[in-house]
Ligand binder design. Sequence first.
Ligand SMILES: Cc1cc2nc3c(=O)[nH]c(=O)nc-3n(C[C@H](O)[C@H](O)[C@H](O)COP(=O)(O)OP(=O)(O)OC[C@H]3O[C@@H](n4cnc5c(N)ncnc54)[C@H](O)[C@@H]3O)c2cc1C
Length: 634
Amino acid sequence: MTTRSSVKKITSKKTVVKKLPTPAGNIILKSTIPKKTKTIRQTISPALPMLPAQTLTIKNISKRKTLRPEFHTKRQPLGHLLLEKKLRASGFRGAVSSNKDVLEKYSYDESIFSVRPQVVIQPKDTRDVETAVRLIAIETITFPALSLTPRAAGTGLSGGSLTDSVMLDVTKYMTHIGSYSSRTNTFTCGPGAMWRDVEKMLKRHDRYLPSYPASKDICSLGGAIANNSAGPDSLRFGHCAAWVESLEVTLFDGYTYTLAPLSFTDFEKLLKKDNAHATIAREVFSLLEKNEKMIADARPHTKKNSAGYALWDVLSTSVSEFKKGQGTFDLTRIISGSQGTIGIITSITMRTEPIAKDSQLIVVPIFDLMDASTIITRALKYDPRNIELFDGLTFDLALKNPAFFKDRLGKLEYYQVMLAMYTTYHVRYNRKTPEFFMLITLDKRAQAPAADIVKDLQAHQGKRARLVRNPMEVEMFWQIRRASYTLSKLQDLNKRPAAFLEDMTVPAKNLSKFFFAIKKLLKKYNVQAAVHGHGGDGHLHFYPLIDFTNKTTPQLIEKMSEEFFATAVKFDGNICGEHNDGIIRTPHLSKIFSKQILDLFIALEYICDPSDIFNPGKKVNPRFDVKTNLRQIN
Ligand SMILES: Cc1cc2nc3c(=O)[nH]c(=O)nc-3n(C[C@H](O)[C@H](O)[C@H](O)COP(=O)(O)OP(=O)(O)OC[C@H]3O[C@@H](n4cnc5c(N)ncnc54)[C@H](O)[C@@H]3O)c2cc1C
């Protein structure tokens, strides 16, 4: 907790217990209300207003905004008007703007939505974040439409960072990158630090962050953790959450706490404290204890997931084993992936991996889609670092748009990559583009020599599997894979590749059948989509080309979402592998989670954000209508 000392009148408290009925049983929320006032010394910031004690009481929770639908639909300028003045009076030192052009810029991310904030603030540091949280928590009592939505680089594909209230941008000032510690193999940075800058720093030490997303050149660390992003190497190394050592997070009381895995002894010590961290830890543990089996059963069957709150990952052992001193209780597991709905990350400490040396690439052209699952299942046995895919359409787009690569590569590299691309097409594949290209990366952990793996794949549906020895050809395949999303924009400039079905994932063994069904649906709706993804995880990204100026597009998006998501579920899949729920998937979470689990998510959000100030409408209680908030340009 930040330590600033002063003398302050506070009140002694009595505990109030309230039941929150859910179909999963009553959730008991303990809270404190003021009894009598006395003056004591405690740690507070002298410049900041204290939250009135009643802000955090059950009485206030019952007035919760989520229970008042009138504040969900209408834009409420009142309350935002004097915000800058009030922030300044509270000591906020960062930038504050309600300039038209600034608001316009922050109305978009990489999703299909457009929502205009009313104020954009750029905190200088943690203390500014605390000021903003406290002020909004106080002001929201009078102006319930006020809320605070963190935003980083704005590359999210689900609309997670969009808001109609106050946006808190961490990428202007909170970008500090600390040095790498070879003792702990960790580093610390601000939430607005860009992934590419962290990568550069780590490279000097031969280390990297293995959960890197394909957007690593344009996204931040804070956004990646809040989305619980993942990427190619997640096949072996998991999502960002798995690499978090600790997080500093500003919680609902406007104080910042260090969250990290706790042993039972440390957990018990924490519970003796009287602060937001202790309250959240106590109530979350109680939620896990009461619903242990239901939570374990609700874990999605796919290898990747960023849907909902990862309640199943908070305890590393069973409740009873934890109470006996085994395993850890780790709130970073639910902050990661929470899209800024339960607190604001102000500092990040992450673990790193050595950069893989001497990796090898096997490429398998797939001419019959039904072979894909067999090849993936076979390849997985050898512990590859990653198994990635892109389709023939993506390859053709690369062939037709050589200029696209000119800006991305040095002059010589550009000609070498182009030569490799044309040779592959004209000579190797005799001008017949395969349906898919599968890229399998091996490193020293591979369970057999590359040549033997190639032979095995050749004998099992991967007839034309081959070890790629020419480094420029390796580079060519990765250039196309990494550019797949951007290349898909070049299909038709009068349409836009739309991110709404792009994050479905199924168990790898079902991938061929699933994709066969998807292709049929794309045909039915008469839409084109280039496809790429993380084959080893059964995770396909595709962005149907859609004309957003067409009046029927909102209905089309709604109908397609229903049918495509149902298809993912039919193949034991998930609608949200790594891009998170945001505006687009929050209303569909009932397709993959039961009502009881959704109620637990609501209860969790309620415990962590009792005044409902953090990014309302995402993850739980959807409030942005998908159809009316679409960005209507191509
Ligand atoms: C071309 C392209 C490729 C992509 N590839 C991948 C991929 O391979 N894998 C993948 O997972 N994603 C991918 N994405 C999606 C996106 O880039 C990632 O999720 C990225 O990590 C988001 O980071 P950001 O800095 O842009 O976050 P933003 O979009 O700004 O924010 C993301 C979410 O985090 C919340 N947030 C931001 N800062 C904080 C904070 N300080 N505290 C709490 N919450 C916060 C926001 O409210 C929002 O809900 C891709 C996007 C594009 C455009």
